[in-house]
Ligand binder design. Structure first.
Ligand code: ADE
Length: 238
């Protein structure tokens, strides 16, 4: 899967692409992440990429010209791979990211262009012209889309087969609509607190039952909405 990121702050992606699991996925050629500077595409003689909004109001709007040219360039660079291309804009106005959205993207046969906005947003005509999908990472406003873009790519890439073991994915929070049970490792005793005996029993069925109960307890405590609204992820192939 190929991602082309359009941003005004390329340097914010340096650590993301060169660390840990994302770096491994890139090194294994499972994904590629190209980061383009939108400013390189401006035709403005002062290299400006943003202007005040028509109709008045506070802040600046990212102009359609550099962004449109950056998208056209990214589309051209991806066309040779003969896969459909989807364009996403990270925006507090978008639909809110969850496990199902990340899973669907990870299973999709598309390549992705992701726009990171800044200032008060982007010219609406970009969204209309390029059939852009808007995704938010939560009901709050960030100073720019870069962190949101990394959250989206991270949550997607780790679900692509071959990136991390299926076993690690199968028990983690949200995969089965519940939050993950508590985990323990060495030492056996920490500040007088011991690991629950059942986990040392070697009895797999009892451990599985205990963990299921703990999952439900933690979900009721932290996210009762998941149980009440039954936000259960779709099963594979459905
Ligand atoms: N850009 C600014 N705020 C955002 C949010 N909540 N989600 C995605 N992109 C954003």
């Amino acid at each position: 899967m190929k991602f082309v990121v359009l941003t005004l702050f390329k340097e914010m992606f340096d650590a993301f692409v060169s660390t840990s699991i994302i770096k491994r996925a890139i090194d294994k050629d499972i994904v590629s992440i190209d980061v383009l500077d939108i400013r390189d595409f401006t035709k403005d003689k002062h290299k400006r990429v943003d202007f005040p909004p028509y109709g008045g109001g506070s802040g600046m709007i990212m102009s359609a010209q550099p962004l449109g040219d950056a998208i056209d360039y990214a589309v051209l660079s991806l066309e040779k791979y003969k896969k459909e291309i989807k364009i996403i804009y990270m925006s507090p106005r978008g639909k809110v990211l969850n496990y199902n959205i990340s899973k669907n993207i990870s299973k999709s046969n598309y390549n992705y262009i992701i726009i990171c906005g800044h200032y008060e947003g982007i010219d609406e005509r970009i969204i209309e012209e390029y059939n852009v999908e808007e995704i938010s990472i939560g009901d709050y406003v960030l100073t720019g889309g870069e962190l949101a873009c990394q959250v989206l790519m991270d949550s997607v890439i780790r679900l692509i087969p071959g990136v991390i073991s299926q076993e690690s994915l199968s028990e983690e929070s949200h995969t089965n609509g519940l939050l993950e049970y508590p985990q323990y490792t060495k030492p056996y005793e920490f500040k007088g607190r011991k690991v629950p005996d059942i986990l040392l029993s070697g009895h797999h069925k009892m451990i599985a039952d205990y963990r299921k109960k703990e999952s439900i307890r933690i979900t009721q405590k932290h996210r009762p909405d998941l149980i009440n609204n039954k936000i259960i992820p779709k099963k594979e192939g459905k």
